[in-house]
Design a protein around this ligand. Structure first.
Ligand SMILES: Cc1cc2nc3c(=O)[nH]c(=O)nc-3n(C[C@H](O)[C@H](O)[C@H](O)COP(=O)(O)OP(=O)(O)OC[C@H]3O[C@@H](n4cnc5c(N)ncnc54)[C@H](O)[C@@H]3O)c2cc1C
Length: 388
């Protein structure tokens, strides 16, 4: 048994899945986490609608990821495979109309986690909380717990340390320098699936929390329909998250407030109305959309029928920055795939693997993030099982 000792550092979905595969195959698994309890971010993900995966067809599913290795992991451990696993541990799921997959009514996020931990109890697994990563080599792990540094020996080590948002959940990204010191290529963390902050000069407070429904957010190469929420400083919601890449590379991004009505009709309605406000009402623009346009456009622009009609179809978002990294749903950055073998083992530290959000890949919300995490955990675990 001694040569089947594996350590998993990080108890989020990627670490739990890697440990599950190994435990099911006779490995003695020790999970470490610097928090007092497991999977804090996984539970936070459950607050607003727990999208465990998405029922997208696999060909469309893998298009959501920017990294080939994640596409392959998700092909090897699919959304259906994950749902089957969840069912095995007693978590029934259903797909909503948008394709997002949730636990069935009555199953709370904490219950999903409890079922998973209960399942793991059947195997040779151990949990060590309040243990913080200090150092590692091919077979050794140094962890600090209550001011004491302890050294452990393992045959395999899997890091599942997460990204760098919502640091209170434990995903602090504080391991980045340690990895860089070991010549592991790591890219700096950046916000992803983030709302946008406007340039200065816009007072959005009066509209904070209100929705612009059924709009289209678009660039010259990408578009997403849906609802956006006005924040104190800008906008958030799935359509703005989906265009994060466009904002990041400096492409102009616009809002179409009436995607189902063509420009000519909008223009004619505005021009032929008694005044612009009446025109917008005839177009059935919501009160919030009208108030938002009034707030974002200069007074003279708002009064000008031509500019107003243009803005209803194509209002440029005055992007200044993303939301602070700690507030966003996910981060890009972390360990570069240039430092990782196809098995998720580190190129220059043998026997050591990295999985989940600590790797530098990107995907939208809607279940794709957790699926990529569990799929990479599964792939690393399976590769150890098959090659050891
Ligand atoms: C508000 C919110 C909502 C979300 N909603 C969804 C959703 O609906 N669907 C979806 O797919 N995704 C969602 N996500 C994203 C998803 O939760 C994450 O992508 C996922 O949890 C990442 O899993 P992971 O296992 O890679 O890392 P994490 O879940 O971040 O776990 C990393 C673990 O490593 C531990 N750790 C970190 N550093 C150290 C260290 N130095 N020493 C020891 N332990 C350490 C942490 O304490 C933590 O337990 C959401 C995220 C947020 C913030």
């Amino acid at each position: 048994m001694k040569n089947k000792l594996v350590a998993i550092i990080g108890t989020g979905p990627s670490g739990l899945m890697a440990g599950t595969v190994l435990a099911e195959n006779g490995w003695n698994v020790t999970f470490f986490d610097h928090k007092k309890a497991p999977a804090r971010k996984f539970l936070v993900a459950g607050h607003g609608g727990f999208n465990l995966t998405n029922s997208d067809s696999i060909s469309s599913f893998i298009e959501k990821f920017d990294e080939q290795q994640i596409k392959e992991a998700v092909t090897n451990f699919t959304n259906d495979n994950f749902r089957t696993f969840l069912e095995k541990i007693g978590v029934e799921t259903y797909a909503g109309s948008s394709g997002k997959v949730f636990p069935i009514k009555g199953i709370k996020p904490i219950m999903v986690l409890a079922k998973w931990l209960e399942y793991l109890e059947k195997f040779d697994v151990h949990f060590q909380y309040e243990h913080k990563l200090v150092d590692f080599s091919s077979e050794q792990l140094k962890m600090e717990s209550h001011d004491e540094v302890k050294t452990f020996s393992f045959r395999k080590i899997i890091f599942a340390l997460g990204g760098a948002s919502w640091s209170k959940t434990g995903s602090t990204g504080d391991w980045l320098n340690l990895f860089r010191q070991k010549n592991i290529i790591c890219n700096s963390f950046q916000s992803s699936n983030s709302g946008v902050v406007f340039q200065s000069g816009f007072d959005l407070k009066p509209l904070e929390g209100q929705y612009i429904k059924n709009c289209k957010v678009f660039s010259n190469s990408f578009e997403r329909l849906g609802d956006i929420t006005i924040t104190k400083t800008g906008l958030e919601g799935a359509p703005t998250y989906a265009l994060n890449k466009e904002f990041r590379i400096g492409t102009c991004v616009f809002i179409d407030f009436k995607p189902t009505v063509d420009f000519d009709k909008i223009s004619k309605t505005i021009v032929q109305s008694k005044n612009n406000t009446e025109g917008m009402r005839k177009l059935k623009l919501s009160k919030t959309s009208i108030a938002f346009l009034k707030l974002v456009l200069e007074k003279e622009q708002f009064k000008n029928p031509e500019i107003l009609a243009n803005s209803i179809k194509k209002l440029k978002i005055p992007f200044a920055s993303f939301q602070p990294i700690d507030e966003v749903i996910s981060t890009i950055g972390g360990v570069s795939f240039d430092s990782v073998l196809p098995t998720f083992e580190l190129l220059n530290v043998s026997n050591v693997y990295c999985v989940g959000e600590m790797l530098d890949w990107d995907a939208p919300t809607g279940g794709y993030l957790i699926q990529a995490c569990v799929a990479s955990g599964y792939s690393a675990g399976k590769s150890i099982v098959n090659h050891s």
